[in-house]
Design a protein around this ligand. Structure first.
Ligand code: GLA
Length: 368
């Protein structure tokens, strides 16, 4: 090197080369052990998680990406009541075990998702042998058996559980969703679910999880429920802001208001299912309309990067109450938003593209 730099001009060229290499490094494919990932940039803030299937963990490229970028896992479906408890006296542990084992082997945190929800429930749950709806006593006993079995199996391995998912109604004039849980048990199913989970693992962080929690009308109803639970001394520790967002919402103001309001109850906040759709939020399934191209334009890419930058800035500011940020799916190669709500419309809601490469939004999230 000494001989190579004989003239000041050589030195300038040498420095320029160094700068060029430094600038292009993050964009180049780097080996997993040298590449800095989201988990490293956010090391002193909060764990960065991702929702996974057992299949993704067996895919070499996806597993490598997970291990470089994330330090927390959430099973996307494997622990939901339908998949894990298909018959009253039979549990299907295989998929959930494989995710927990992967987490343990690689020193990743694991979140449990979820213990009580109105969707993806097993067929047998609400019916007796004759096909009649079960009584409140029977349903609570089933809930207790389920929660006790699942939480006990992963005690000490799962650090936080989404105990009750989406109990607030979609209709802003109503409070609790009129699910079979609510119809048969009233509000008690929520309280009991937390109590059963706490009894099975007193050290686990227990969370109420919901979507659209930044919209003022929903936020108020979620707050009302959380306040009731906290005042009744139900063992709840946190609230999950699902964060199925879009380039259009939430506004920074709405997001901050939710975080402040929920945490004012002494609860921790976790961002549990983050993605930023490039389309406006819709609830109901529908077919693709004429003229809907589903193209990921430069404009959408820019708006999405700006939204990601904005929400992560808020997350960093509230690091004292935010104890985890989890993305819902790994990359744009596969996202649940490809199917929902518009069948056959491709979406691009994550930080990695369809080739698992970091997108513009990724660099906005890590350059702070
Ligand atoms: C909800 C659930 C998740 C998942 C998403 C859609 O947010 O909590 O488990 O099913 O819907 O994939």
């Amino acid at each position: 090197m000494k001989n190579a730099i004989r003239h000041p001009k050589d030195f300038i060229i040498f420095i320029l080369c160094l700068m060029l290499i430094g600038y292009s490094l993050p964009l180049a494919a780097q080996s997993p052990d040298t590449q800095k990932g989201l988990r490293d940039y956010y090391k002193s803030y909060f764990p960065i998680g991702v929702a996974v299937s057992p299949q993704a963990l067996k895919n070499k490229e996806e597993a490598t990406l997970i291990l470089t970028q994330f330090n927390s896992l959430t099973p996307e479906n494997a622990m939901k009541m339908g998949p894990i408890h298909p018959e009253e006296n039979r549990y299907n542990w295989k998929d959930a075990d494989s995710i927990v084992n992967f987490g343990q082997a690689h020193h990743l945190k694991v979140r449990g998702h979820n213990l009580c929800w109105h969707e993806q429930t097993p067929r047998w749950l609400f019916k007796d042998d004759l096909g009649n709806e079960v009584t409140k006593d029977v349903l609570l006993k089933r809930l207790k058996d389920h929660i006790t079995a699942v939480v006990t199996r992963y005690k000490g391995k799962i650090y936080a559980w989404d105990v009750v998912n989406e109990a607030i109604d979609d209709d802003s004039t109503k409070f609790l969703r009129n699910s079979l849980w609510c119809k048969i048990c009233g509000e008690d199913f929520i309280t009991k679910a937390f109590e059963y989970a706490h009894a099975a693992d007193p050290d686990a962080i227990l969370i109420y999880n919901d979507y659209n929690t930044e919209r003022p009308e929903k936020r108020e109803r979620v707050y009302k429920l959380l306040k009731k639970l906290v005042e009744a001394k139900v063992p709840i520790n946190g609230v999950g802001i699902q964060a199925h967002w879009s380039i259009y919402e939430p506004s920074q103001k709405e997001l901050v208001a939710s975080i402040k309001e929920f945490s004012s109850l002494g609860l921790k906040v976790q961002i549990t299912e983050l993605d930023v759709s490039v389309y406006p939020w819709e609830k109901n399934h529908r077919a693709l309309r004429e003229g809907e191209t589903g193209a990921y334009t430069v404009d959408l890419e820019q708006k999405q990067s700006d939204k990601y930058a904005e929400v992560f800035k808020v997350f960093r500011e509230y690091r004292n109450v935010i104890t985890g940020v989890t993305f819902w799916n790994i990359s744009d190669k596969h996202t649940w938003l490809d199917e929902y709500p518009v069948r056959g419309r491709k979406n691009y809601p994550l930080l990695f593209d369809q080739n698992l490469q970091p997108k513009k939004a990724y660099w906005k999230v890590v350059n702070f």
